[in-house]
Design a binder for this molecule. Sequence first.
Ligand code: 13P
Length: 282
Amino acid sequence: MLVTSKELLLDAQKKGYAVGAFNVENMEMVMAVLAAAEETGSPVIMQTTPGTLKYAGTDFYLANVRAAAERTKLPVVMHLDHGNSFALAMEAFRRGYTSIMIDGSKLPFEENIALTKSVTDACHPGNVPVEAELGRVGGKEDDLDNGDENPYTDPEEAKEFVKRADPDSLAVGVGTSHGVYKGVPKVNVDVLTQIRNVVDIPLVLHGTSGVPDDQVRDCVSRGICKVNYATDLRIAYTKGVRKYLEDHPDDFDPKKYGIPGMEEVKKYVIQKMEVVGSVNRG
Ligand code: 13P
């Protein structure tokens, strides 16, 4: 069933686990993430960035995720990841996305509040929850390039931001980056704890591909309720497809090489569902 992220993340917050949020690029990735959720009994969030939406649009992705949700009794959320404008947030909201992120983190503080509040004001009457971001996640997420800039979220600012902009969850800058890490990342868990101490809505970890599992578990124990994985799913899917095509250079049926691609994604997602603690929480 397709549900909003609101109850899911509040349950995770109450019970001390997190829900995995997985970026899907095509029908095969949607099917693979669903298969992982079914195998582990996990609630699951599937999400698309503006860059992904340029490829096929909110209508195609929502139709795929809705079909997945109708095949399972587990809770499935369709989330807009890094919504970069009021217009895109509203498009996803009207289309039927069940969770919306508006990312004003590149804007000055007051402008981020104003943009986020405009989206929460529009979505809350329709009971659709909103994720906001304060502080920066480094690296490149589709068209959104934060380079190496990686300032941490200021806990006092976070407290004021949540009070005034009224988001349902908050993505925080604690040292992670989108994309492939050059070395081993080190999450600043002290900053995370300081934020948790003054902000009582579910917190979200971005840029988690490549973050060691023990650090992710530590973050979950300190209040992270949603953990985003994108890059590693793309790598997993492509690895499966590439290997198949290398081994079978004469094959041309997309169904044939889609299967090993899906298997790699499913394997990866199952392992991450175990790490974030969502197994049997659906
Ligand atoms: P990664 O690509 O580093 O996994 O980041 C995912 C993410 O945060 C999506 O918003």
